[in-house]
Design a protein around this ligand. Structure first.
Ligand SMILES: [Zn+2]
Length: 422
């Protein structure tokens, strides 16, 4: 078979070399410029038809197959990584060494997700050689920025410009065909009391004690239905603090012999398809309402807590300021949808066993949900397929197995070629 032959003939050391270069360049969120410039040089080397970066700083490369008038496909991965503390890593595999040992490529971003990105990138070179009589369309590779802070925010910009028919997220799926992903929301609950000297005992409203009731309410009363692939909606407390000015201590941040007047509680919510910013807020408020009413019967002066989304702010390397609620929606693609059917055919043609799966972490795929909300007439379909394990993301001594990269390389060529088939 011709496609399998050209995959076999491809010098995979080029893929590895590019992945190593990307890992050697540190690219924390908002600092992806050198990596993007390296991608533009690589695209020129591989004769892509176009490559540039957009106003957010996303790298965009493009190839045309046949007349280019067929389907538009995006392969995407993020170029930023979380930080790494070199002191914690083994000596011979420091975070930016990109060392290769025992058929594994080591370094920050190896699994999440520079290894996958380099693999997708080079698969375009194979796809460019497809016979224009049989295949037609455009293939884009989008390297997004600041994904580690805002899943999907910068990718949405690229979606609006490209208007693709299909999106393939390259995050680690162990080369399974992922057809769903839970979303994520971060909710801040501010609980108020009346700061006083601790010697007054229970004659004042103590927000720390109110927090205990609220946590108990979620623990005891909140139950989520489990979906077949995605499991449950999780609501878990992840932080608790007395904000500056919340009272107590010598610096107004709590401590010593003062009851504070404010406590902030953070909940991480892993959402399911169909959940919206509003519906999640309602779930949180409904679950608290009983304990708040009870508290107000005991302490008529108890104020209702403020419930809102946590906000994150950053500036991209292109100088664009982003400030957003921390909410990224979940998605699910039907197994009968064209993108899944064709992806399965494509994987079969390159002899990769077909297994359906789902992401348990959040990805740039959330942008597709927002894109379809903005343009209801657009039928953009999404799947995930990538080398390596989700569990290796953000770890010390992070690595990717080279064998997984080779398998994914075949997979990308197989899936995309079927999507391009006339
Ligand atoms: Zn990732």
């Amino acid at each position: 078979m011709q496609l399998l032959q050209s995959i076999k003939n491809y010098d995979f050391s080029n893929v590895l070399h590019f992945a190593q270069k990307l890992i050697q360049m540190k690219s924390l969120s908002g600092q992806e410029k050198t990596v993007v410039e390296r991608c533009i040089r690589e695209a020129a080397k591989l004769n892509f038809d176009d490559s540039y970066f957009d106003r957010m700083g996303n790298f965009i490369g493009k190839i045309k197959v046949g007349t280019g008038k067929g389907k538009k496909i995006i392969l995407t991965g993020h170029l930023d990584t979380v930080n790494a503390d070199p002191a914690k890593w083994d000596e011979e595999i420091k975070p930016h060494s990109a060392a290769i040992k025992d058929q594994k490529l080591y370094g920050r971003g190896a699994s999440d997700m520079k290894g996958a990105f380099a693999t997708m990138f080079h698969s375009l070179k194979i796809l460019k050689e497809l016979d224009g009589n049989e295949f037609d369309g455009e293939v884009y590779i989008v390297g997004t920025v600041v994904e580690e802070l805002f899943e999907g925010v910068c990718f949405l910009e690229a979606l609006k410009k490209i208007n693709p028919d299909y999106v393939i997220i390259g995050e680690a799926s162990e080369c399974r065909l992922n057809i769903a992903q839970r979303g994520r929301g971060e909710i801040l609950i501010s609980i108020f009391g009346y700061g006083k000297h601790a010697s007054v005992g229970r004659t004042t409203v103590n927000p720390i004690e109110q927090v205990a009731f609220i946590i108990e309410a979620f623990h005891v009363w909140y139950r989520s239905e489990a979906m077949a692939l995605l499991g449950k909606r999780n609501i878990v407390p992840t932080d608790i603090k007395i904000p500056v000015g919340g009272g107590g201590g010598l610096d107004g941040k709590g401590g010593n012999s003062t009851v504070p007047n404010e406590v902030e509680l953070t909940y991480d919510v892993r959402t399911l398809p169909g959940d919206t910013e509003e519906s999640i807020l309602k779930i949180v408020k409904d679950n608290m309402s009983n304990v708040i009413e009870h508290g107000q019967r005991l302490y008529p002066s108890l104020k209702s807590p403020d419930v809102e989304y946590a906000k994150e702010e950053c500036i991209t390397y292109t100088g664009k300021q982003i400030k957003q609620n921390k909410f990224a929606p979940a998605w699910q693609t039907d197994e009968g949808d064209e993108v899944v059917v064709k992806a399965k055919e494509g994987l079969a043609k390159v002899e990769i066993p077909i297994e359906i799966g789902a992401y348990s972490f959040c990805t740039d795929g959330s942008a597709v949900v927002k894109y379809r909300d903005l343009y209801p007439d657009k039928k953009c379909q999404i799947i995930g397929f990538g080398p390596s394990l989700e569990s290796l993301a953000h770890t010390t001594n992070e690595y990717i197995e080279i064998g997984e990269m080779k398998k994914a390389f075949k997979g990308y060529a197989g899936i995309v070629s079927e999507l391009l088939r006339k």
